[in-house]
Design a protein around this ligand. Structure first.
Ligand code: BGC
Length: 740
């Protein structure tokens, strides 16, 4: 097995060895010169491995021949050192021996599954998120993956949209910082290092604003809104050096993103000077026919290529039509050359021309297969992602000396449901994934009795298991419940009109609460859910998302107080679906209300509160933090000056703990209206109980900029408010003026 691989590698290396001392651009050009038009179209063509799919497959039984003929530039869902090496060998049988790029949705971990991205975003911990992406890259690259289709940086204000689980929530400022951290994490010390994978910022653009939260739906919004809310994380990803972008399924103001020259050519490759390449989403080139934007696959190829979409994922539109389109003058050769250059450049930067098998190392793959440090990091990330929504009467943490604990609910012994959407099933998962039951068991002593009842299934109407659950609960000192969504209830094509707890789970909680015992409810989900009865009646609630391989251990750390929760919601939790879209950074309108009794005056519903159930930025701790008033360095600043805002944070409770101090501003009047609050900074501050610390933020005019109606990114002199607090709805405030 080893010999032929080596021989081919040597041939490939020799082939390009005369180009070795040249710059990468020169090397790219020297390859490009040798290529036929068909081979160029081949580089722009991406196929799925025949064994896994995340979209409808186009049948192609000549895949192997096509690779050998140089008609495939990249493959997705091809992982594993052996498999990728075998495929790469086929590519090296092609005339020019151009290596394949292997892409994969490594969204929140590969072998070690980390919390879903929305959960990680709740940590507001950029270093931890960067490390999580780093570990995903180390594991994936060891299995031959060159390129992850992540981070997903779509802002979304609609929890009905199933893909909110994949992003960083609703805020462009937080979303931008997280986008940067994740790109840095995936790409590590840079391409050419065997543990770096290329990142892919997706889905460009505005996919998260699909009308009604229905996946793949149209998006219609002003360009100002696009620039203000939806583009910033993409810009941040480009600035952080993301190697690639993926366009998206939706149309934006009537033009499908895949055929959208304004997005891909004018903004991304023009204004932002992006030097990487753009891949289409799965089949999105061909789907422009369904959109009613093009007549057939040939027109689709023309539209997408001309608009700046460099690689066609699974539409077969480029490979079948680009050579002819160039001959007919409908796509310029320069357009094709530019796309191929961008793709080849990444292959060179990744070192694939020098060693096409660089990432396909069985030895490295084995080393990373059971990496204890990675599991430790995942446990750490998972506990940092758990949000304490409510904790009346100090129900939590639970004492490790508790005599009897009843663990109730359909997720207590769950394994793969802890992984969430966009994760992998490995054969030994049942031994590896830590359930809540396992986690609690290894936390408590032998004197603690653990009782279990499932109570009900995730999503059916049977209450047959309630009696057993009540029986267990009656014997316990505390009831710990784990309810929520199964791993496939949020994710791609998982939009929902009702985002309540599925099945009879809420009834099970009511039955547990009726026992009069203290109840702790933990909610697993890939999106904000609505659970008002629980929120209003049960004393303690932890939002446990989908936390990954070490879920049960991380949960036990929090339940028993070995870790004091510090996460904050990265998305507003609505009171009912009727409030959606609901988000903290809305415009004031001409008829604002200050309370629910004003509701007839404001553009609100007459049958619904103005307020969400839980605000953006909300999240409690076992301790309590008090915020002093804010002092500003000056009440007036010039555009060349800095503003320093200070306040003292005190840990006034009985536990050591970490607070996420959030800073918001409001521009009180401007040439375009401004949101009532905009996040502009945050700090994570750890305080021992009783300790106080001065927290300081520095602002410049750059923090006060916005896009005006001409899409210029400007600041305007005027009056501002500045808010500091532990949640967007609980802040202290001060005012200042900006003068010229
Ligand atoms: C998704 C992308 C993903 C691609 C490849 C598509 O359906 O929208 O986010 O990267 O499939 O799996």
């Amino acid at each position: 097995m080893k010999r032929p691989i080596l021989t081919i590698a040597i041939v490939a290396t020799t082939f390009f060895s005369q180009a070795q001392k040249k710059t990468i651009d020169q090397r790219v050009d020297s390859v490009l010169k040798l290529m036929t038009l068909e081979e160029k179209a081949g580089q722009m063509n991406q196929y799925n491995g025949p064994w896994a799919a995340t979209g409808p497959l186009t049948n192609d039984d000549k895949l192997i021949d096509q690779i050998k003929e140089g008609k495939v530039g990249s493959m997705l869902n091809a992982t594993g050192a052996v498999r990728t090496r075998d495929l790469q060998q086929l590519a090296l049988q092609s005339r020019l021996k151009i290596p394949l790029l292997f892409g994969q949705d490594v969204v929140h971990g590969y072998r070690t599954i980390f919390p879903i991205p929305l959960a990680e975003a709740a940590s507001w911990n950029l270093e931890a998120m960067e490390r999580s992406a780093r570990i995903a890259a180390i594991e994936a690259s060891a299995a031959g993956v060159h390129w992850t289709f992540a981070p997903m940086v779509d802002i979304s204000r609609d929890p009905r949209w199933g893909r909110v689980m994949e992003g960083a929530g609703e805020d462009p400022f937080l979303g931008s910082l997280i986008a940067k951290a994740r790109v840095k994490g995936f790409q590590g010390k840079g391409f050419g290092n065997t543990d770096a994978v290329m990142a892919c910022a997706k889905h460009f653009a505005a996919y998260g604003a699909a009308i009604g939260g229905r996946d793949y739906n149209s998006v219609d919004m002003s360009l100002r809104q696009l620039w203000e809310t939806y583009l910033p994380p993409f810009k941040a990803a480009a600035e952080a050096g993301a190697a690639t972008f993926m366009n998206s399924f939706n149309d934006l103001n009537g033009i499908p993103a895949t055929g959208n020259g304004y997005l891909q050519r004018e903004i991304l490759k023009g204004k932002w000077n992006f030097k990487g390449f753009v891949v289409s989403d799965w089949g999105s080139v061909g789907e422009m026919i369904n959109h009613g934007f093009v007549k057939d696959n040939k027109e689709a190829a023309m539209s997408a290529a001309n608009a700046g979409s460099d690689m066609d994922m699974e539409s077969r539109a480029y490979i079948q039509n680009l050579p002819q389109l160039v001959k007919e003058g409908k796509v310029k050769l320069t357009v094709v050359d530019d796309a191929v250059r961008r793709i080849l450049k990444k292959k060179f930067e990744m070192g694939l021309f020098d060693d096409p098998f660089k990432y396909s190392s069985e030895e490295r793959e084995k080393q990373q297969w059971n990496n204890a440090d990675h599991l430790k990091a995942e446990r750490d990330m998972a506990k940092k992602s758990i949000v304490l929504l409510k904790n009346d009467r100090q129900t939590l943490p639970i004492s490790k000396q508790t005599k009897t604990i009843a663990l109730i609910g359909p997720f207590i012994k769950a394994k793969s449901d802890n992984l969430g959407f966009w994760s992998y099933d490995w054969p030994d998962d049942s031994a590896r994934i830590v359930s809540v039951w396992d986690g609690v068991k290894s936390k408590v002593g032998t004197d603690t009795k653990m009782l279990y009842a499932k109570g009900c299934n995730i999503n059916d109407t049977s209450t047959a298991g309630f009696a057993e659950a009540i029986e267990m609960a009656k014997q316990a000192d505390v009831i710990v419940m784990n309810v929520g969504e199964a791993r496939d209830m949020s994710g791609e094509a998982k939009s929902k009109s009702s985002i309540r707890l599925p099945g009879v789970q809420e009834d099970l909680i009511k039955a547990m609460q009726a026992t009069g015992k203290p109840v702790v409810v933990m909610i697993n989900a890939g999106r904000p859910l609505i659970f008002n009865w629980v929120a209003d009646n049960v004393p303690a609630i932890l939002y446990t998302w989908w936390l990954g391989t070490e879920a049960g251990n991380a949960i036990a750390d929090v339940l028993f107080g070995d870790y004091n929760p510090s996460a904050k919601l990265p998305m507003t939790f609505p009171l009912t679906e009727g409030q959606i879209p609901i988000y903290y950074n809305y415009y004031n309108t001409g008829r604002p209300a200050t309370s629910d009794s004003d509701r007839f005056y404001r553009s609100a519903y007459i049958d619904l509160s103005l307020y969400p159930k839980y605000a953006f930025g909300h999240g409690l701790s076992y301790t309590s933090f008090s915020y002093s008033d804010i002092t500003l360095s000056n009440s007036t600043i010039k555009s060349t000056e800095k503003l320093i805002a200070k306040m003292t944070l005190t840990n006034a409770g009985n536990f050591d703990g970490e607070e996420t101090v959030q800073l918001y501003i409001r521009d009180l009047f401007g040439s375009v209206v401004r949101p009532v609050k905009e996040l502009k900074g945050f700090q994570k501050v750890f305080l021992k109980k009783g300790e106080s610390k001065e927290v300081m933020f520095t602002l410049t005019v750059d923090d006060l900029r916005f896009y005006n109606d001409k899409l210029q990114y400007i600041y305007e002199p005027g009056d501002f408010k500045l808010f500091i607090g532990g949640s967007s709805d609980k802040t202290k405030e001060a005012g200042f003026k900006l003068v010229k």
